[in-house]
Ligand binder design. Structure first.
Ligand code: KMH
Ligand code: ZN
Length: 270
């Protein structure tokens, strides 16, 4: 089994300081949170930018500042979001890809997202994939529902993405697939051999799905984007605290945690 890649999803687009007082918002705060997560065992950060008022933004310059600040602190893999917030246009969402990060997310279909709709038409999935291919950015395929795997495989068939694929199963979003163990098992058995996968359980699904992924040979995403609690009713102190717990459990279960360079090899990053 490969070493475990832990991704820290530091900020997200939806969480507020009201819900999590320690949510990193500014480029300095996000870079500091990335560094703490790296020290705790994360080899990748999934990043959403916020503007000076704390609102989600996909602005190229803000992502550039965050990327540079993280790179100045540690060698963690920088993975910006192209999902943004539900109200961002596809053009806005694509901006961080111009930074040529090693990876970026690529959402593989449309679903309900709480009271909203997260729109990802075939036309735009293809545009996102083509741009990532052109710039040498490896997509992490975001899967919120079973049918989205097929949408990803269609991109593969069209030559817009390449093997080995890397999937992120985002489970437990209200309005999309639930986060029971059977959901994860169904998705894992539905992807092509040779692919890698990680799981991002939302809210109360985060920890049980993470432990399942550790034992199944997958990888794990934790962080305030997905879950602000350490345990029921108890807020986590930091993203790093959530990462540290996963690293500890993984080592207890006999699975070593990957460094960023080891993660680069596991994910076939250039
Ligand atoms: N904020 C969600 C609407 C991604 O980062 O690629 C979409 C999202 C996915 O978070
Ligand atoms: Zn995200």
């Amino acid at each position: 089994m490969d070493k475990l890649i832990i991704t820290a999803a530091l900020t997200g687009a939806e969480v507020t300081r009201k819900e999590q007082p320690n949510l990193p918002l500014t480029p300095d705060e996000i870079a500091h949170a990335a560094y703490e997560a790296y020290l705790a065992g994360a080899s990748m950060v999934h990043v959403h930018a916020r503007d000076s008022e704390g609102n989600p933004t996909q602005d190229y310059e803000v992502y550039k500042e965050i990327k540079e600040k993280i790179e100045a602190k540690c060698p963690i893999i920088f993975q910006p979001s192209t999902g943004g917030a539900v109200w961002h246009s596809p053009e806005e969402r694509l901006q961080p890809v111009d930074l040529k990060p090693e990876m970026a997310t690529l959402s593989c279909g449309t679903c309900n997202f709480g009271p909203d709709v997260f729109m990802n038409s075939e036309e735009y999935m293809e545009k996102f994939a083509a741009k990532m291919k052109e710039l040498g950015v490896k997509p992490e395929l975001e899967i919120f529902e079973r049918g989205m795997i097929n949408n990803g495989l269609k991109l593969l068939k069209k030559g817009l993405i390449d093997m080995p694929l890397h999937f992120d199963f985002v489970l437990g979003v209200p309005g999309a697939m639930t986060g029971e163990l059977r959901d994860l098992l169904y998705l894992v058995e539905s992807i092509p051999a040779g692919s890698t996968w990680t799981v991002a359980g939302i809210g109360r699904f985060e920890l049980p799905l993470a432990v399942a992924a550790i034992t199944l040979g997958g990888h794990v995403r934790v962080g305030f984007e997905d879950n602000v609690y350490y345990s029921k009713g108890v807020l986590a102190k930091s993203n790093a605290e959530l990462v540290e717990r996963i690293a500890r459990i993984s080592k207890e279960l006999g699975r070593e945690v990957a460094t960023p360079d080891e993660a680069r090899k596991i994910l076939s990053l250039k």
